[in-house]
Design a protein around this ligand. Structure first.
Ligand code: AVJ
Length: 324
Protein backbone atom coordinates (compact mmCIF):
# COMPACT_ATOMS: atom_id res chain seq x y z
CA UNK A 1 0.00 0.00 0.00
CA UNK A 2 1.15 3.52 -0.63
CA UNK A 3 0.35 7.15 -0.54
CA UNK A 4 -0.36 7.44 -4.23
CA UNK A 5 1.77 10.40 -5.21
CA UNK A 6 0.86 14.02 -4.91
CA UNK A 7 -2.82 14.90 -4.64
CA UNK A 8 -4.66 14.77 -7.92
CA UNK A 9 -5.23 18.45 -8.40
CA UNK A 10 -8.09 19.10 -10.67
CA UNK A 11 -7.38 22.03 -12.96
CA UNK A 12 -10.28 23.86 -11.38
CA UNK A 13 -8.60 23.50 -7.96
CA UNK A 14 -5.52 25.23 -9.36
CA UNK A 15 -7.86 27.98 -10.40
CA UNK A 16 -9.23 28.32 -6.87
CA UNK A 17 -7.72 31.79 -6.62
CA UNK A 18 -9.73 32.89 -9.64
CA UNK A 19 -12.88 31.36 -8.17
CA UNK A 20 -12.22 33.33 -4.96
CA UNK A 21 -11.74 36.51 -6.98
CA UNK A 22 -14.89 35.96 -9.04
CA UNK A 23 -17.05 35.00 -6.03
CA UNK A 24 -15.74 37.82 -3.82
CA UNK A 25 -16.39 40.44 -6.51
CA UNK A 26 -19.89 39.03 -7.08
CA UNK A 27 -20.56 38.82 -3.33
CA UNK A 28 -19.43 42.41 -2.74
CA UNK A 29 -21.59 43.63 -5.62
CA UNK A 30 -24.88 42.36 -4.25
CA UNK A 31 -26.99 43.54 -1.35
CA UNK A 32 -26.70 42.32 1.33
CA UNK A 33 -23.06 41.40 0.74
CA UNK A 34 -21.93 37.79 1.25
CA UNK A 35 -19.18 35.30 0.47
CA UNK A 36 -19.19 31.47 0.73
CA UNK A 37 -17.51 30.12 3.90
CA UNK A 38 -15.40 27.65 1.89
CA UNK A 39 -13.02 30.57 1.24
CA UNK A 40 -12.04 30.65 4.93
CA UNK A 41 -9.78 27.68 4.39
CA UNK A 42 -6.47 28.89 3.00
CA UNK A 43 -3.41 27.61 4.93
CA UNK A 44 -3.79 30.27 7.63
CA UNK A 45 -7.57 29.78 7.87
CA UNK A 46 -7.23 26.01 8.13
CA UNK A 47 -4.72 26.46 10.97
CA UNK A 48 -7.08 28.90 12.73
CA UNK A 49 -9.96 26.45 12.34
CA UNK A 50 -7.81 23.74 13.96
CA UNK A 51 -7.34 26.15 16.91
CA UNK A 52 -11.11 26.77 17.10
CA UNK A 53 -11.60 23.01 17.48
CA UNK A 54 -9.46 23.10 20.65
CA UNK A 55 -11.32 26.01 22.28
CA UNK A 56 -13.24 25.33 25.50
CA UNK A 57 -16.32 27.08 24.10
CA UNK A 58 -16.33 25.18 20.79
CA UNK A 59 -18.06 21.95 21.87
CA UNK A 60 -18.80 20.32 18.43
CA UNK A 61 -15.38 18.83 17.63
CA UNK A 62 -14.74 17.42 21.08
CA UNK A 63 -18.30 16.08 21.42
CA UNK A 64 -18.27 14.43 18.01
CA UNK A 65 -14.88 12.85 18.78
CA UNK A 66 -16.34 11.35 21.97
CA UNK A 67 -19.30 9.95 20.03
CA UNK A 68 -16.92 8.40 17.49
CA UNK A 69 -14.79 6.93 20.30
CA UNK A 70 -17.76 5.52 22.15
CA UNK A 71 -19.71 4.12 19.19
CA UNK A 72 -16.98 3.61 16.59
CA UNK A 73 -17.35 -0.17 16.57
CA UNK A 74 -21.02 0.05 15.64
CA UNK A 75 -20.14 2.60 12.95
CA UNK A 76 -17.35 0.39 11.58
CA UNK A 77 -19.82 -2.50 11.48
CA UNK A 78 -22.34 -0.64 9.31
CA UNK A 79 -19.57 0.75 7.08
CA UNK A 80 -18.29 -2.77 6.47
CA UNK A 81 -14.95 -4.33 5.51
CA UNK A 82 -12.91 -3.48 2.41
CA UNK A 83 -14.81 -0.27 1.70
CA UNK A 84 -13.64 2.72 -0.28
CA UNK A 85 -13.86 5.32 2.49
CA UNK A 86 -14.41 8.78 1.00
CA UNK A 87 -14.27 11.86 3.23
CA UNK A 88 -15.85 15.15 2.07
CA UNK A 89 -13.96 18.23 3.28
CA UNK A 90 -11.36 16.20 5.16
CA UNK A 91 -9.40 19.11 6.68
CA UNK A 92 -6.64 17.95 8.99
CA UNK A 93 -7.53 14.23 8.75
CA UNK A 94 -7.80 13.99 12.54
CA UNK A 95 -11.31 12.54 12.85
CA UNK A 96 -10.68 9.68 10.47
CA UNK A 97 -7.94 8.48 12.84
CA UNK A 98 -10.53 8.07 15.58
CA UNK A 99 -12.85 6.16 13.27
CA UNK A 100 -10.06 3.96 11.85
CA UNK A 101 -9.14 2.78 15.36
CA UNK A 102 -12.61 1.25 15.66
CA UNK A 103 -12.17 -1.14 12.72
CA UNK A 104 -11.05 -4.73 13.35
CA UNK A 105 -7.69 -5.50 11.72
CA UNK A 106 -9.33 -7.97 9.30
CA UNK A 107 -12.17 -5.60 8.37
CA UNK A 108 -10.31 -2.40 7.52
CA UNK A 109 -11.33 -0.07 4.69
CA UNK A 110 -9.60 -0.91 1.41
CA UNK A 111 -8.62 2.69 0.82
CA UNK A 112 -9.11 6.19 2.24
CA UNK A 113 -9.93 9.02 -0.17
CA UNK A 114 -9.93 12.44 1.51
CA UNK A 115 -11.34 15.30 -0.60
CA UNK A 116 -10.49 18.86 0.38
CA UNK A 117 -10.34 22.28 -1.26
CA UNK A 118 -7.16 23.27 0.63
CA UNK A 119 -4.56 21.47 -1.52
CA UNK A 120 -1.37 22.15 0.46
CA UNK A 121 -2.99 21.41 3.84
CA UNK A 122 -4.44 18.17 2.41
CA UNK A 123 -1.13 17.03 0.95
CA UNK A 124 0.70 17.54 4.23
CA UNK A 125 -2.04 15.90 6.32
CA UNK A 126 -2.18 12.90 3.93
CA UNK A 127 1.56 12.39 4.24
CA UNK A 128 1.34 12.46 8.04
CA UNK A 129 -1.60 10.02 8.10
CA UNK A 130 0.16 7.57 5.80
CA UNK A 131 3.34 7.80 7.90
CA UNK A 132 1.31 6.89 11.01
CA UNK A 133 -0.83 4.22 9.26
CA UNK A 134 1.47 2.67 6.62
CA UNK A 135 -1.05 -0.14 6.05
CA UNK A 136 -3.62 2.36 4.76
CA UNK A 137 -3.81 3.41 1.12
CA UNK A 138 -4.40 7.15 1.14
CA UNK A 139 -5.47 8.87 -2.06
CA UNK A 140 -6.09 12.58 -1.53
CA UNK A 141 -8.14 14.56 -4.04
CA UNK A 142 -7.77 18.37 -3.98
CA UNK A 143 -11.19 19.48 -5.19
CA UNK A 144 -14.42 21.28 -4.32
CA UNK A 145 -16.64 18.31 -3.47
CA UNK A 146 -19.76 20.29 -4.39
CA UNK A 147 -18.58 20.30 -8.01
CA UNK A 148 -19.16 16.89 -9.51
CA UNK A 149 -16.94 17.72 -12.50
CA UNK A 150 -13.94 17.85 -10.10
CA UNK A 151 -14.63 14.36 -8.74
CA UNK A 152 -13.76 12.27 -11.80
CA UNK A 153 -10.82 10.76 -9.85
CA UNK A 154 -13.46 8.85 -7.86
CA UNK A 155 -14.07 6.68 -10.94
CA UNK A 156 -11.16 4.50 -9.73
CA UNK A 157 -13.02 3.71 -6.52
CA UNK A 158 -14.74 0.64 -7.84
CA UNK A 159 -15.35 -1.09 -4.48
CA UNK A 160 -18.28 -0.50 -2.15
CA UNK A 161 -18.19 3.20 -1.30
CA UNK A 162 -18.94 4.66 2.10
CA UNK A 163 -18.76 8.37 2.87
CA UNK A 164 -17.65 10.30 5.96
CA UNK A 165 -18.82 13.89 6.43
CA UNK A 166 -18.11 14.88 10.03
CA UNK A 167 -18.02 18.22 11.84
CA UNK A 168 -21.50 19.44 10.85
CA UNK A 169 -20.07 21.01 7.71
CA UNK A 170 -23.51 20.28 6.26
CA UNK A 171 -24.72 23.12 8.48
CA UNK A 172 -22.84 25.62 6.30
CA UNK A 173 -25.22 24.98 3.40
CA UNK A 174 -28.59 26.60 2.92
CA UNK A 175 -31.42 24.09 2.50
CA UNK A 176 -31.12 23.92 -1.32
CA UNK A 177 -27.38 23.28 -1.14
CA UNK A 178 -27.75 20.69 1.64
CA UNK A 179 -30.29 18.83 -0.46
CA UNK A 180 -28.04 19.09 -3.56
CA UNK A 181 -25.04 17.77 -1.61
CA UNK A 182 -27.02 14.88 -0.09
CA UNK A 183 -28.45 13.94 -3.51
CA UNK A 184 -24.96 13.95 -5.03
CA UNK A 185 -23.59 11.90 -2.10
CA UNK A 186 -26.47 9.40 -2.34
CA UNK A 187 -25.63 8.87 -6.02
CA UNK A 188 -21.83 8.66 -5.50
CA UNK A 189 -22.26 6.25 -2.57
CA UNK A 190 -24.94 4.04 -4.16
CA UNK A 191 -24.92 0.62 -2.47
CA UNK A 192 -23.03 1.96 0.57
CA UNK A 193 -23.85 4.85 2.81
CA UNK A 194 -22.84 8.10 4.48
CA UNK A 195 -21.73 8.71 8.08
CA UNK A 196 -22.50 12.36 8.77
CA UNK A 197 -21.97 14.57 11.83
CA UNK A 198 -24.78 17.04 12.56
CA UNK A 199 -24.83 19.76 15.22
CA UNK A 200 -28.08 19.95 17.18
CA UNK A 201 -30.41 22.77 18.20
CA UNK A 202 -29.73 23.74 21.82
CA UNK A 203 -29.86 26.70 24.19
CA UNK A 204 -28.81 29.96 22.46
CA UNK A 205 -26.15 30.87 25.08
CA UNK A 206 -24.12 27.70 24.42
CA UNK A 207 -24.35 28.36 20.70
CA UNK A 208 -23.46 32.03 21.06
CA UNK A 209 -20.38 31.28 23.16
CA UNK A 210 -19.14 28.68 20.65
CA UNK A 211 -18.86 31.39 17.97
CA UNK A 212 -17.75 34.23 20.27
CA UNK A 213 -14.81 32.70 22.12
CA UNK A 214 -12.97 34.65 24.80
CA UNK A 215 -9.57 34.34 23.06
CA UNK A 216 -10.88 35.81 19.82
CA UNK A 217 -9.78 32.89 17.64
CA UNK A 218 -13.13 32.80 15.84
CA UNK A 219 -12.82 36.54 15.21
CA UNK A 220 -9.33 36.01 13.74
CA UNK A 221 -10.71 33.14 11.61
CA UNK A 222 -13.48 35.38 10.26
CA UNK A 223 -11.14 38.34 9.62
CA UNK A 224 -8.60 36.08 7.93
CA UNK A 225 -10.89 36.08 4.89
CA UNK A 226 -10.00 39.75 4.35
CA UNK A 227 -6.30 39.08 4.92
CA UNK A 228 -6.52 36.32 2.30
CA UNK A 229 -8.13 38.75 -0.15
CA UNK A 230 -5.29 41.22 0.49
CA UNK A 231 -2.60 38.57 -0.07
CA UNK A 232 -4.13 36.71 -3.02
CA UNK A 233 -6.09 39.42 -4.80
CA UNK A 234 -4.13 42.52 -3.84
CA UNK A 235 -7.17 43.94 -2.03
CA UNK A 236 -6.67 46.71 0.53
CA UNK A 237 -8.97 45.71 3.41
CA UNK A 238 -7.85 47.34 6.68
CA UNK A 239 -8.51 44.49 9.13
CA UNK A 240 -8.71 46.92 12.07
CA UNK A 241 -11.72 48.59 10.41
CA UNK A 242 -13.86 45.43 10.39
CA UNK A 243 -15.43 43.64 13.36
CA UNK A 244 -16.33 39.98 13.88
CA UNK A 245 -20.07 39.61 14.58
CA UNK A 246 -21.75 36.25 15.25
CA UNK A 247 -25.23 35.56 16.63
CA UNK A 248 -27.80 32.79 16.84
CA UNK A 249 -31.11 33.23 15.03
CA UNK A 250 -33.52 30.84 16.79
CA UNK A 251 -36.18 31.18 14.09
CA UNK A 252 -33.86 29.96 11.37
CA UNK A 253 -31.95 27.66 13.75
CA UNK A 254 -28.62 29.03 12.61
CA UNK A 255 -25.55 30.95 13.65
CA UNK A 256 -24.76 33.81 11.31
CA UNK A 257 -21.24 35.22 11.06
CA UNK A 258 -20.63 38.65 9.60
CA UNK A 259 -17.81 41.15 9.21
CA UNK A 260 -19.11 44.61 10.06
CA UNK A 261 -17.52 47.77 8.75
CA UNK A 262 -16.46 49.89 11.75
CA UNK A 263 -16.71 53.12 9.71
CA UNK A 264 -17.68 54.47 6.30
CA UNK A 265 -14.88 53.32 4.01
CA UNK A 266 -14.03 52.35 0.45
CA UNK A 267 -12.13 49.15 -0.30
CA UNK A 268 -10.41 48.25 -3.56
CA UNK A 269 -10.52 44.62 -4.74
CA UNK A 270 -8.99 43.56 -8.07
CA UNK A 271 -9.47 46.99 -9.60
CA UNK A 272 -13.01 47.56 -8.30
CA UNK A 273 -14.06 50.00 -5.55
CA UNK A 274 -16.63 49.00 -2.93
CA UNK A 275 -18.04 51.51 -0.45
CA UNK A 276 -19.12 50.31 2.98
CA UNK A 277 -21.41 52.35 5.20
CA UNK A 278 -20.61 52.31 8.92
CA UNK A 279 -22.07 49.06 10.29
CA UNK A 280 -22.57 47.51 6.86
CA UNK A 281 -22.09 43.76 6.78
CA UNK A 282 -20.26 41.19 4.69
CA UNK A 283 -22.10 37.95 5.57
CA UNK A 284 -19.42 35.23 5.76
CA UNK A 285 -21.09 32.09 7.16
CA UNK A 286 -24.27 30.34 8.24
CA UNK A 287 -24.04 27.36 10.55
CA UNK A 288 -27.38 25.58 10.73
CA UNK A 289 -28.40 23.49 13.71
CA UNK A 290 -30.81 20.55 13.30
CA UNK A 291 -33.15 18.36 15.26
CA UNK A 292 -32.52 14.63 14.83
CA UNK A 293 -35.92 14.12 13.19
CA UNK A 294 -35.51 17.18 10.97
CA UNK A 295 -32.19 15.92 9.68
CA UNK A 296 -33.51 12.40 9.04
CA UNK A 297 -36.37 13.86 7.00
CA UNK A 298 -33.93 15.96 4.97
CA UNK A 299 -31.75 12.89 4.29
CA UNK A 300 -34.78 10.82 3.29
CA UNK A 301 -35.93 13.52 0.88
CA UNK A 302 -32.49 13.31 -0.78
CA UNK A 303 -32.88 9.56 -1.38
CA UNK A 304 -31.13 8.07 1.68
CA UNK A 305 -32.61 5.52 4.05
CA UNK A 306 -31.86 6.96 7.52
CA UNK A 307 -30.31 4.35 9.83
CA UNK A 308 -28.89 4.44 13.35
CA UNK A 309 -28.13 7.78 15.09
CA UNK A 310 -25.58 8.24 17.89
CA UNK A 311 -25.47 11.21 20.28
CA UNK A 312 -23.78 12.33 23.52
CA UNK A 313 -25.66 12.37 26.85
CA UNK A 314 -26.30 16.11 26.69
CA UNK A 315 -27.59 15.77 23.11
CA UNK A 316 -25.26 18.48 21.86
CA UNK A 317 -24.27 16.67 18.66
CA UNK A 318 -25.36 13.72 16.53
CA UNK A 319 -23.79 11.25 14.10
CA UNK A 320 -26.10 9.61 11.52
CA UNK A 321 -25.69 6.55 9.31
CA UNK A 322 -27.59 7.01 6.06
CA UNK A 323 -27.91 4.09 3.63
CA UNK A 324 -27.78 4.80 -0.06
C1 AVJ B 1 -16.65 23.63 10.01
C2 AVJ B 1 -18.64 24.65 9.26
C3 AVJ B 1 -18.72 23.06 11.01
O1 AVJ B 1 -19.99 26.00 11.46
O2 AVJ B 1 -19.17 25.40 13.37
C4 AVJ B 1 -16.43 27.33 13.40
C5 AVJ B 1 -17.02 26.43 11.04
N1 AVJ B 1 -17.14 28.74 11.96
N2 AVJ B 1 -16.46 28.53 13.97
C6 AVJ B 1 -19.07 25.57 12.16
C7 AVJ B 1 -16.86 27.47 12.11
C8 AVJ B 1 -16.88 29.39 13.11
C9 AVJ B 1 -17.74 25.21 11.51
N3 AVJ B 1 -17.93 24.17 10.44
Amino acid sequence: SALTGAPLRHRAADLAENAFCRDLLAGLSKSPRSIAPKYFYDAEGSALFDRICELPEYYPTRTERRILERHGREMAAVMGAQAELIEFGAGSLEKIRVLLRAFDAHALPRRYVPIDISAAHLEEASRRLHADCPWLQVRPIAADYMKEAQLSALDDCTGRRVGFFPGSTIGNFDSDEALAFLRLAARLLQGGGLLVGVDLVKDPQTLHRAYNDAQGVTAAFNLNLLRRANVELGADFDLRQFAHYAFYDPRRCRIEMHLLSRCAQTVRVAGHDFSFAEGESLHTENSHKFTIEGFRKLAASAGFRPGPVWTDEARLFSVHWLES
